[in-house]
Design a protein around this ligand. Structure first.
Ligand SMILES: [Zn+2]
Length: 177
């Protein structure tokens, strides 16, 4: 008799537990679904991100730096050579290089506007040969490209790589070849 009573109690308890579980099962989907776990994972993704963007790009020699120009490629600064190379992703082996040294060529040494303008023009040229050899830009386009560049994080640091401006010289040279 006692055993039968105990069994009844156990069965009743199990039924209550099952009912509670079923109730919980109905309640959970009605709560804010999975809101809590997401923020836990997001910071981890954030920590990984600074290294992720360049994973698809070739490694750089020691001392070289790279900056992405959103949507149109990137620039690489080679401090030993004192130049910047623009790399266009639209065409195979499509690059343009300019020096950071002062010199006799118009605008020489202040090449950021020119190179960013070149990257921004990539879709206007059908292949590497035309993009590299047929490129033409204007002062307004170079000025706009420089303004766009200066909006990027770390742009101020990059601007210090150019040769200093001559007195009265604007940020973007009036002439550049
Ligand atoms: Zn190109």
């Amino acid at each position: 008799m006692n055993m039968a009573l105990s069994l009844q109690i156990v069965v009743a308890a199990a039924a209550r537990a099952a009912a509670a579980a079923a109730l919980a099962g109905r309640v959970v989907p009605n709560r804010a679904p999975d809101a809590a776990p997401a923020p836990v994972h997001d910071p981890e993704a954030g920590h990984a991100e600074p290294h992720a963007p360049d994973d698809d790009l070739p490694p750089l020699p020691a001392g070289a730096e790279r900056i992405r120009i959103p949507g149109c490629g990137y620039l690489v600064h080679y401090p030993l050579d004192e130049n910047i190379v623009a790399v266009c992703p639209l065409h195979t082996d499509c690059k343009k290089k300019r020096t950071l040294k002062s010199g006799n060529r118009a605008g020489q040494g202040r090449c950021l506007g020119f190179l960013v303008s070149w990257l921004q023009s990539g879709s206007e040229y059908r292949d590497q040969k035309h993009h590299v050899n047929g490129f033409a830009t204007t002062l307004p386009k170079r000025q706009r490209a420089r303004q766009d560049f200066m909006q990027l994080p770390n742009a101020d640091h990059w601007a210090t790589k150019e040769r200093p401006k001559a007195s009265e010289e604007p940020d973007e040279p009036v002439r550049f070849v």
